[in-house]
Design a binder for this molecule. Structure first.
Ligand SMILES: [Fe+2]
Length: 203
């Protein structure tokens, strides 16, 4: 083989080698959970850490409420099946948007957002529902309780963020989390008002 051909073969082998995927790679985490990787956003690290901790609690509870909506979207039964099936999925989608907004704010504050189901299950304060199906009024009651849990903590945390000067977190909690949850509560709660469907009660 001439030296020229040899060089060519080496180049081909080299090229193929470089295009092979490098599998089963492992390394230490680049940031442990609970530590802040401070970004230049003119907020103290202590303020960022406090907001991250609060937002991760809201995130875990919002993910749980989101998934509760999907469970009920699939499992709802009865005369109001179709409208509740659609409403539950609409609220699921809106909660899913909130999840992304909250998680990305945690990251921009230099924190790490919770992501996986097992970590969410360990963190949420919303009661675990049974695996089986429940009646629609029970599903709605369960959702309303979860909303109120989130609203209560969001109001407290919004005040804390305001006091600490973290306007972005305060705005997210008030404009996104609180307003969206309040609106969804209204749409749910009206389903539990016991009014006649056809004949007026005192007609
Ligand atoms: Fe669906």
């Amino acid at each position: 083989m001439s030296p020229k051909n040899n060089t060519k073969n080496l180049q081909i082998e080299d090229g193929a080698e470089r295009s092979k995927p490098i599998l089963h790679q492992k390394a230490r985490e680049i940031q442990p959970y609970g530590k802040i990787a401070k970004l230049p956003i003119a907020l103290d690290e202590k303020v960022c850490a406090e907001s991250v901790e609060n937002l991760n609690q809201i995130l875990a509870d919002t993910m749980t409420l989101r998934d509760l909506y999907k469970k009920h979207h699939w499992q709802v039964a009865g005369h109001t099946f179709y409208q509740l099936h659609l409403l539950f999925d609409k609220h699921y989608g809106e909660q899913d948007e909130l999840v992304d907004t909250i998680a990305e704010r945690i990251q921009l504050l230099g924190g790490i957002s919770l992501a996986m189901a097992a970590d969410v299950a360990e963190t949420t304060i919303i009661a675990r529902p049974p695996r089986g199906r429940e009646e629609a009024p029970v599903q709605i009651s369960r959702l309303l309780e979860a909303h109120e849990t989130i609203l209560k903590e969001a109001r407290t945390m919004a005040g804390q963020a305001d006091d600490a000067g973290d306007d972005g977190t305060n705005d997210l909690l008030v404009s996104d989390v609180i307003r969206k949850n309040e609106l969804q509560v209204w749409f749910l709660a009206e389903h539990l008002v016991d009014v006649p469907l056809v004949r007026a009660a005192n007609g």
